[in-house]
Design a protein around this ligand. Sequence first.
Ligand code: GNR
Ligand code: NI
Length: 176
Amino acid sequence: MAILPIVEVPDARLRETAAPVPEVNDDIRAIVADMFETMYDAHGIGLAAVQVGIMQRIVVIDLQERELEEGEPREAARDPHAYINPEITWLSEETASYNEGCLSIPEQYAEVTRPTRCRVTWLDTEGARQEAEFDGLMSTCMQHEIDHLNGVLFIDHISRLKRGMLLKKLDKLRRG
Ligand code: GNR
Ligand code: NI
């Protein structure tokens, strides 16, 4: 297991399309394990493989953020999910906005409007085909992660003016 370095804007890899996973095997399961470790270390709720420079269609998500009980091990509060070759098969007409952030665009947030619900198919870590409908934060996060696999970032969904302001703030933050 390893914590992998997270790729940040303006790295060109974040603009590439990731390749489908041809077979779910131990190599893929090792990548998934490293992605979970990296995501928890960075305190993110989701991570796409392209964010750690692996150009394959793999996503991990864990929305669990509750406070730990006294003496409760950290793992008890976790709810890890892995999605291999995820595909959106349906998006609701109804939309909602959420204040999104991204580990590849540190400390910057913006309201993003997306379909409220989505239906997704994927392969689990055993290679079995799965399908489910998501709503709320899970729907938002899933759409955000699948965007990453297609070279799309949340800042592509906001106005040019807001994007420009956000990237300028990031630049300022980095310069100190
Ligand atoms: O940690 C994350 N939080 C988040 C908040 C609102 C909408 C999407 C996300 S995903 C983000 C982690 C990340 O960058 N995943 O690609
Ligand atoms: Ni992101």
